[in-house]
Design a protein around this ligand. Sequence first.
Ligand code: GDP
Length: 295
Amino acid sequence: MFDALAESLEDAWKKLRGQDKIRESNIQEALREVRRALLGADVNLQVVKDFVAEVETKALGADVIAGVRPDQQFIKIVYDQLVEVMGETNVPLAKAETSPTVVLMAGLQGTGKTTATAKLALHLQKLERRALLVATDVYRPAAIDQLVTLGQQINVPVFAMGTDADPVEIARQGVEKAKEMGVDTVIIDTAGRLQIDENMMGELARIKEIVQPHETLLVVDAMTGQEAANLTRTFHEQIGITGAILTKLDGDTRGGAALSVRRISGQPIKFVGVGEKVEALQPFYPDRMASRILG
Ligand code: GDP
């Protein structure tokens, strides 16, 4: 496991050989390799710095365990810290005591937000929960059509009011409709822009204010790499997220965005998207992601 890091630690661990304790003098090279590995996995620079400092604190003074190669011991410290930062266990989607549970989807255009909306509905269907999808992206008719098509594909109703209505009003009526229909979850797909702008944030904030969601999920494209950190910071500061969905993990990214998103928002990644198909959604497991990040 972690062959890439283990290999790059070859030289570093020679320094640890024969030592009884992990000390500042014999660990610097190993820490540099961890830093390199995390940057290679596209973890945000500041997040890497903080993380490496934490690993150093944990590792320093640790007794080298007899019979265990110190590099393996060190890798275990790094791995455990990664898992800890990413939240230890999977956190499922919230369920409101009184239905419907309201889920607000947020994120930039092209990240896979609309696809994730449908994926989530299918996931809930498997748990015998019934969802209503709400299309509020009035700026791109294609986005509404896309959600309607996806809804038909998975047999989940979609509430839309065309492109002339106010997105806030569509969201409000969508939740009312969900109550009327007796479904237990309403998932609101919102407009994404190519870049964050004030109008987009203002609209999202107004929708959030009106529908009081139980979950506000930020959809992040895992391929965004370093940028995932800024994106998360802005959305979390301005809207307040309760979790994230990391998409496009079927690509060749090592998934460092997961660490950045969690670290910066403090909120759990709840699901990962692993393909274009509507079935391609999996719960997020910190231990699996830690292994992936370490390569
Ligand atoms: P939105 O603009 O954020 O709503 O993004 P869409 O849901 O329209 O997705 C944009 C593109 O990314 C589409 O071509 C999707 O098929 C694709 N996509 C979405 N999620 C994933 C994923 O997990 N993996 C891959 N490979 N493609 C995805």
